[in-house]
Design a protein around this ligand. Structure first.
Ligand code: SF4
Ligand code: SF4
Length: 255
């Protein structure tokens, strides 16, 4: 049974947090994405507009030629801790401090894909970590990895949001995991702490005002925006989050 095979593979790779979900049209997130794009909140990230339909409905042929029917989501924690400032007093966001997380994740996903293909002959699959036109966060919520906080990040009850997300799409249905209810409550620390006012209730990001959007793309921050302490990426909205500042989880090897 596919579910059992997936469980054995995750245990063999010592994946600290993972879950599965059947693939379906992602609503209401698809409608939210379309509204967000219509407001121009994507800050010129045109690839998001170009791929909105396939992002909203991963059952359409796209990321997986025949359309995806199930997904396995993985959360790999990266090392938490105080950042070391460079000589200019600038720091980089946590996920960029260690080895390139894309290459670490790619290695894990390649091994999992190879094992899954051997265990389930004929299975069609595709790995992802930031690269495919899919909404990773809503899929992670459906896979029971956490809830999407007001800082738009997925918050796992013990890992917080200091992890990188990735996974596999497959052409077979997989069971849904129980969802974790949103625990943000009355908190709005992330919204109040954002140096540029990029976040608003109920948890909406104006990407054009997000420092991370500019610096991780290697672009100059628009002069109208105040600079936060970060030179590459920005963690301000998770540095203040009570779920991401508790005891640090064990980082995944290599991260
Ligand atoms: S990453 Fe930084 S700029 Fe972007 S929303 Fe969070 S705090 Fe604001
Ligand atoms: S800082 Fe508060 S509101 Fe923002 S994501 Fe964390 S718990 Fe939710």
């Amino acid at each position: 049974m596919l579910e059992e095979i997936v469980r054995e593979l995750m245990e063999a790779e010592r994946i600290p947090a993972w879950g599965t979900t059947p693939i379906e049209s992602l609503e209401p997130e698809g409608a939210h994405l379309r509204e967000w794009l219509a407001r121009g909140s994507h800050g010129g990230l045109s690839y998001l507009a170009d791929t909105a339909e396939i992002r909203a409905d991963p059952t359409l042929p796209g990321a997986l030629r025949a359309g995806a029917r199930g997904a396995i989501l993985l959360a790999l924690p990266y090392r938490r801790g105080p950042a070391t400032a460079d000589e200019r007093g600038r720091i980089v966001a946590g996920c960029y401090r260690g080895r390139n997380y894309h290459s670490v994740f790619r290695g894990v996903l390649r091994r999992l894909a190879g094992r899954l293909r051997r265990a389930v002959p004929g299975i069609a699959l595709r790995t992802f970590c930031d690269v495919l036109p899919i909404m990773e966060k809503p899929l992670a919520v459906r896979a029971g990895l956490g809830w999407q906080g007001r800082n738009t990040l997925v918050l796992h009850p013990t890992l917080g949001s200091t992890f990188v997300l990735g996974g596999l799409l497959v052409d077979r249905p997989l069971p849904a995991a129980p969802r974790i209810p949103n625990r943000c409550g009355d908190c709005r620390r992330c919204i109040d702490a954002c140096p540029t006012g990029a976040l608003s209730l109920p948890g909406i990001l104006d990407a054009g005002r997000c420092l991370s959007r500019w610096t991780t793309a290697g672009l100059a921050v628009p002069p109208a925006l105040p600079r936060g302490p970060y030179d590459h990426g920005c963690d301000v909205c998770q540095d203040v989050c009570p779920f991401s500042t508790g005891p640090a989880p064990e980082p995944f090897p290599g991260l």
